[in-house]
Design a protein around this ligand. Structure first.
Ligand SMILES: NC(=O)c1ccc[n+]([C@@H]2O[C@H](COP(=O)([O-])OP(=O)(O)OC[C@H]3O[C@@H](n4cnc5c(N)ncnc54)[C@H](OP(=O)(O)O)[C@@H]3O)[C@@H](O)[C@H]2O)c1
Length: 427
């Protein structure tokens, strides 16, 4: 039985782009060396950094010089007003839009010619918040990160938002993430990174949700202080974490509580193909603490959409995704799951397999944040909001998805904070 972790594949990519040159064992690329983005590899060949910090600073500007960075240096003052003394709960819609692919060349094959399609996706979700459609959600959630496309994803969101009215901007909830590079060990690193993200996002209003992308080997407590500082300074309206296990979640919640800052979200891998958060108590812990769960990769990177049925259907897919998909498609239990999803979709008018995957995440009380790269995909994903799974259907899907396909064993996140001993990641 194949036992490959989607999470591992994802993080390997991220690691290769940004942490691949480091010797941090916990983040090492264990499965080979996917190609490096052109701008970054150009940078490497031209400039030998004197330190890791210099390297990343230079890498960022090199990338920006070619494709991103003109973009990174967005002018204009950052509006940072003091946070209100009373915390306002973060209001989130029942579905989000993942923007990892918006700028990521290595894993997703992004190039700027796709920007028009991405702009259409953005405009579509804004329409949902503006009440311009029957679906109408009170607001929309876009999830990005400073790592995605080395800032390109954040920049695109900033660009697409430029001409929105103030009223609409308020309805676009932007969640971005701090990258815990091993050399970032101080609270001020969080605040500085947050300011840079804020500029790329347009710089005219606080970030709605600022998350720690994944645990670090050390300095996790310092990051929580950094989050609280960013919150107190009014740079962000709410804070969250990502890829945190139960113990880390509880410790972070307590630390932030002491500063009067609510921990709003934990963004974790959760899908019909990755159900560890159910088994290890993480979903329950989030619920107990009132921490909203954002389910990332709810479509298992596209596998749970029904468009890939056998190895022959993978012609358009390349890189690490292809290897992962091949292994999964060969698993007869996955085929049974797909058949069940198709059967469930056929019970509902105009429903499809991707919507079944999304609604399964919703049925578990989480907010799925599927990625979308064109209008057809985003319309389909939002279409999931027009119907719901019955209890019987959820049970049927649970059963079909009860095989142990993915394992977190190989996930390259640090399991434990080396200085405090706290278990950080366990799913
Ligand atoms: N915190 C973390 O560590 C972490 C890790 C991973 C992801 N995330 C977040 O979660 C978001 C979503 O996860 P993900 O992008 O990894 O994977 P995903 O949502 O499981 O899959 C997204 C991909 O599925 C395909 N797709 C989407 N909608 C479709 C539809 N209706 N019909 C057919 N195909 C469809 C698209 O790929 P094609 O265009 O190739 O068909 C799309 O890029 C990310 O964008 C990111 O914001 C966070």
């Amino acid at each position: 039985m194949p036992r490959t972790s989607i999470l591992t594949e994802i993080i390997i990519c991220v690691s290769v782009i940004l942490v691949g040159w480091q010797e941090t064992a916990a983040l090492q690329n264990r499965n080979g060396h996917p190609r490096v983005p052109t701008a970054l590899s150009n940078h490497r060949s031209n400039v030998e950094p004197s330190s890791r910090r210099d390297f990343f600073a230079n890498a960022a500007s090199s990338v920006g010089g070619a494709t991103v960075v003109g973009t990174l240096a967005v002018p204009g003052p950052v509006v940072a007003q003091a946070a209100e003394t009373k915390a306002v709960p973060l209001s989130l819609p029942p579905i989000g839009l993942g923007c990892w692919a918006w700028g990521d060349a290595v894993f997703w094959g992004y190039n700027p010619s796709q920007d028009k399609d991405l702009n259409e996706v953005f405009d579509y979700v804004v329409t949902q918040a503006s009440g311009g459609s029957k679906l109408g959600t009170p607001n929309v959630l876009l999830d990005t990160a400073e790592l995605y496309g080395l800032g390109r994803s954040e920049f695109l969101i900033g660009e697409f938002s430029k001409n929105l009215s103030q009223e609409l901007q308020e309805k676009v909830v932007v969640a971005t993430k701090f990258a815990p590079y091993p050399f970032r060990t101080k609270p001020e690193n969080v605040v500085k990174a947050c300011q840079s993200s804020l500029k790329r996002l347009g710089g005219n209003r606080p970030i709605d949700l600022y998350q720690i992308h994944f645990p670090n080997v050390v300095a996790n407590e310092e990051y929580w202080d950094g989050l609280a500082n960013a919150y107190e300074q009014g740079l962000v309206k709410a804070v969250g974490v990502s890829n945190y296990g139960v113990d880390a979640l509880k410790a972070c919640h307590t630390a932030l509580e002491k500063r009067g800052v609510p921990l709003s979200t934990n963004q974790i891998q959760y899908s019909l193909l990755y159900r560890f958060p159910e088994d290890n108590g993480l979903l329950q812990a989030c619920q107990d603490l009132g921490v909203q769960v954002l389910s990332y990769s709810p479509l298992a990177l596209g596998l749970l959409t029904g468009k890939y049925t056998d190895v022959g259907s993978l012609q358009q897919v390349s890189g690490p995704r292809k290897t992962l998909f091949e292994k999964t498609l060969e698993n007869p239990q996955f085929q049974t799951l797909l058949d069940t999803m198709k059967q469930v979709a056929s019970n509902h008018d105009n429903a499809n397999v991707a919507q079944v995957a999304i609604n399964w995440c919703r049925s578990k009380g989480t907010i799925p944040i599927p990625g979308a790269r064109n209008l057809r995909q985003i319309q389909s994903n939002y279409g999931a909001l027009t119907w719901e799974l019955s209890k019987e259907e959820v049970a049927l899907l649970d059963k079909a998805a009860s095989f142990p396909y993915n394992t977190p064993d190989l996930a390259p996140f640090p399991r434990q904070d080396k200085s405090t001993g706290l278990v950080m990641f366990d799913s």
